[in-house]
Write a protein that binds this ligand. Structure first.
Ligand code: NAD
Length: 402
């Protein structure tokens, strides 16, 4: 992921004829904070916060709890965040954080202790005008609520604008949960319209029917009336049906704890492991993990369009190969930016002590996603460049104010 992020920045820098000082500013994080968090049970966990760039506003980015969290991964994700916030035109910078822990091994009390310890160790580096963390892999509104409470105890700040993704009763924003999937559907609708294929029936497969993939699946018909979901998967495997799968029914089944591999439907067939990636569909939506399409499997992809709802689902080889084959790749920095955009709205609401209605939030989201997509499509068209490179060039121009 770091290779992909840095290689795209270097290509964009070349197009913009940046000097080495400007390039260094974009490749090197502004600050890297590390701490060791020790719980009462004696166990110690490594914690990170990488602040990549804040030229446009406070650093912004998620915070993940996962065993394989490493400084390299956090650096890559922080870099992507700076590009993402700038590509969508938000007055925010980029950051990412994490703790190397398997949260399933912790009791509820230990999870709370770890969350508060993270804030205690890093409080001086975060805050509404410095760096605003949010949920990511294995972190949620409950954890953000603990963190914002700890932050307010340490600093006296009562705005709750130091963290986003909080619960609704604690300053969270309506529409945040669906925002990444909804934003992805808005972007896809516009790209397909531009390609002239939105007005006829087309097929969609979704890898990763979790928070992002599920909401995308349920909401896509609102923006893409001709979309037909023909395959969906989770970590158990997946299902496909030539007759189309009902997204709302699948979502209800998943929310009830079902595994997609066991989805009971006589018209559908089981899909093993990663087979969903190789389905003959018009649009492949990657909403699970990073690096799922790589040099080992890229030649098996048959989709015409790949929507990157996950962060970094394609590695560099796959990105270059599929682009050379004429596949339209809608890059993560645009496709999944709906989440950070509504996080920005949450931060604004907290600071102004306001609560926006869900239709208000969705309307503002549509405005940002539409403007960003139009700008990126226009730039790509004019300069005959990929959407990823175009998004990165526009982001760098904003970050460097050139
Ligand atoms: P999630 O944990 O809710 O969902 C992930 C889904 O992927 C789960 O259903 C899981 O079973 C499935 N999965 C895991 N391994 C799989 C595999 N090998 N094959 C198929 N499915 C698999 O997470 P999420 O919040 O939906 O995030 C998904 C991706 O989107 C992540 O890469 C995340 O970083 C990115 N993202 C999320 C947001 C957000 O707002 N949640 C914002 C931007 C980017």
């Amino acid at each position: 992921m770091i290779e992909m992020a840095q290689s795209t920045i270097k290509k964009a820098a070349k197009q913009l004829q940046l000097d080495s000082k400007q390039l260094d500013l974009l490749l090197q994080p502004k600050a890297e904070h590390q701490a060791s968090l020790t719980l009462k049970n004696g166990k110690t966990y490594k914690a990170y916060r990488v602040q990549h760039n804040n030229n446009l506003g406070p650093h912004k980015g998620g915070l993940r709890f996962a065993e394989d969290v490493s400084l390299d991964e956090v650096r890559a994700l922080a870099t992507l965040m700076s590009i993402k916030t700038a590509a969508v035109g938000l007055p925010l910078g980029g950051a990412k954080g994490g703790v190397a822990v398997n949260p399933k091994e912790l009791s509820g009390d230990e999870l709370q202790e770890l969350s508060r310890a993270y804030v205690a160790a890093l409080a001086q580096h975060i805050g509404p005008d410095k760096d605003v963390p949010a949920p990511d892999v294995n972190t949620d509104a409950r954890i953000m609520d603990w963190m914002v409470d700890e932050y307010s105890k340490i600093t006296g700040d009562t705005t709750k604008a130091s963290f986003t993704g909080k619960s609704l009763q604690n300053g969270g924003s309506l529409g945040r949960e669906q925002a990444t999937g909804r934003g992805g559907a808005m972007v896809l609708a516009q790209v397909l319209q531009d390609m002239g294929i939105a007005k006829k029936d087309f097929t969609v497969a979704i890898q990763g029917f979790g928070n992002v993939g599920l909401h995308f699946g349920v909401l896509m018909k609102q923006y893409l009336p001709h979309a037909i979901l023909v395959a969906a998967s989770d970590s158990s495997g997946g299902v496909s049906s030539a007759f189309g799968l009902p997204p709302a029914k699948l979502a209800k089944y998943k929310n009830g704890g079902g595994k997609l591999l066991d989805y009971p439907d006589s018209d559908s067939v089981e899909l093993a492991a990663d087979d969903i990636l190789y389905e003959e569909v018009d649009v492949l939506v990657c909403a699970a993990l990073g690096d799922v399409i790589n040099k080992d499997n890229m030649s098996r992809i048959k989709a015409k369009v790949v929507l990157e709802l996950a962060n970094g689902p394609l590695d560099i080889s796959a990105d270059e190969y599929l682009t050379s084959k004429g596949v339209t790749i809608i890059p993560d920095v645009l496709a999944n930016a709906g989440g950070v955009t509504v996080s920005y709205f949450e931060w604004l609401q907290n600071r102004a002590n306001e609560t926006w209605t869900e239709p208000e939030v969705n309307k503002k989201l549509q405005h940002y996603m539409q403007k960003a997509t139009t700008d990126i499509l226009d730039y790509a068209d004019k300069n005959k460049l990929s959407l990823r490179l175009s998004a990165t060039i526009l982001a760098l121009q904003r970050i460097l104010d050139i």
